[in-house]
Design a protein around this ligand. Structure first.
Ligand SMILES: Nc1ncnc2c1ncn2[C@@H]1O[C@H](COP(=O)(O)OP(=O)(O)O)[C@@H](O)[C@H]1O
Ligand SMILES: [Mg+2]
Length: 427
């Protein structure tokens, strides 16, 4: 059986043919900068009724966990027919849930297939209690590789590759919304290649003006991960491409410095307290304060992303040129060189804000009520306990606003047939 993994290299695949791409212009104005480009990515089986089915095994013993996130665990699994090893993302989602997270992630990956920084999608299935998404197995994430400071050249190489991935995502009319070191992951075959994962809160760029009625607002949290979130995300304003770029700038700064002034390891701070503190410290610090001791190009990067209008597409080429010039001024690098994960001394700067002012809330932002959850509870209060009934419907169902327009979903499904995962053995 040939799997969807062949998306990027369809030529060898005798079972499939490339259909003429159906552009999504119906949903994105012709002149819109966010018009998705899916040329060359559209794949159908010769028999439109043929639906490939996949069965996986997690092995006989304790399964290998590749990673875990907010609502999911990712396991190493084996395709029972082909023997291929895959990454199997698993989320507890009862069948009654109408808008499962991983189904959305699968559709987003369908649209994005074919780019070297996007993992290959193999299959999706929603079984009785869980949904599954299988994809190309990758190596360690940047945050698993290091929590220390890295050399400027390594940071440039990570940022350049992420920028290239973001350009692809934005060109398809989507925003990722959770750019951070944990979602940048090394390719298994080539550890110097960085790939972008975790598309379960990616959403279409709204065609109208930005709304402050972001779905995340309903659960009173910053969209994405507060440490790397854009200032607009803290203010509950809907995401545009510039917000992903701003998160990439914080990612770069955290890798350059080994920390950010709003990092805090106080595990007794509640989630709400940490959101408020992070927002205040972040908003109080200028790019030049944050970038102190490092090349000013990174301050430019942050200022540039903070200054972009909601619908404005970043000038990726100009940013890439700037990074290339900076790399050359530092001696350059060869693309074939492995990424240098050697730690360098970290640089700490104190938050530029009075400690006492961190206690109040920002009048402009509806933070909701503090439910008192401390970080320690957040990490132990897992969705992956033994009791199926403890799954919380509200959390397992994504908001309607995150969903792609129905027509786009249908189009994605009609062009890229994703094999169905019908069985998963073990665990
Ligand atoms: N394709 C993959 N190959 C290897 N590890 C992966 C893969 N996808 C995810 N992981 C690991 O699992 C972790 C959680 O996955 P992620 O997609 O970020 O889940 P969540 O949506 O819950 O944040 C990642 O940080 C990474 O360590
Ligand atoms: Mg993640």
């Amino acid at each position: 059986m040939t799997l969807l993994s062949s998306c990027a290299d369809v030529s060898y695949n005798g079972d499939r043919c490339i259909s003429k791409p159906l552009l999504l212009t119906k949903y994105f104005a012709e002149e819109s900068p966010t018009k998705p480009d899916i040329s060359g990515l559209a794949i159908t089986t010769k028999d439109p009724h043929e639906k490939l089915q996949l069965s996986y095994s997690l092995g006989n013993g304790i399964p290998t966990v590749l990673g875990r996130g907010g609502y999911c665990m990712v396991f190493k699994a084996e395709d029972l027919k082909s023997g291929q090893l895959v990454a199997l993302k698993k989320s507890r989602t009862p069948l009654r849930v109408k808008r499962p997270f991983l189904q959305h992630e699968s559709r987003v990956l369908q649209l994005l297939q074919g780019h070297p920084a996007i993992p290959k999608l193999y299959g999706y299935g929603h079984l009785k209690h869980f949904e599954y998404l299988s994809m190309e197995i990758l190596g360690s994430s940047v945050s698993d590789k290091t929590t220390e400071a890295l050399t400027v050249i390594t940071v440039i190489r990570i940022v350049e590759q992420t920028l290239c991935a973001l350009k692809h995502v934005h060109k398809h009319g989507l925003v990722h919304r959770d750019i951070k070191p944990g979602n940048l992951i090394c390719s298994m075959n080539d550890p110097s290649k960085i790939m972008l994962i975790d598309f379960n809160i990616a959403k279409p760029i709204s065609s109208g003006p930005p709304t402050t009625n972001d779905p995340i607002n309903k659960i009173k949290h910053t969209a994405g991960t507060p440490e790397w979130a854009s200032l607009n995300s803290h203010r509950r304003i809907d995401f545009g491409p510039g917000d992903d770029l701003e998160s990439l700038a914080y990612t770069a700064l955290s890798l350059l410095r080994g920390n950010l002034p709003w990092f805090n390891d106080d595990i007794y701070e509640s989630f709400l307290q940490s959101e408020i503190r992070i927002h205040k410290v972040k908003a109080a610090m200028s790019a030049s304060q944050l970038v102190m001791h490092f090349p000013t190009d990174f301050a430019y990067f942050l200022d540039y992303s903070r200054g972009l209008d909601y619908h404005e597409m970043p000038d990726y080429n100009a940013l890439e040129d700037r990074l290339r010039c900076l790399a050359e001024s530092l001696g350059g690098y060869s693309k074939d060189d492995p990424l240098d994960w050697t730690s360098v001394p970290s640089v700490k700067i104190e938050p530029q804000i009075e400690q006492s002012s961190l206690n109040g809330t920002d009048d402009d932002v509806n933070y909701g009520k503090d439910n008192g959850d401390s970080d320690s509870e957040r990490h132990t209060n897992s969705y992956f306990g033994d009791d199926i009934d403890c799954w919380d419907d509200v959390h397992s169902c994504r908001d309607a606003d995150i969903t792609l327009p129905t027509e786009v979903e249908e189009l994605a499904d009609s062009q890229v047939q994703v094999p169905t995962i019908i069985e998963v053995y073990g665990y």
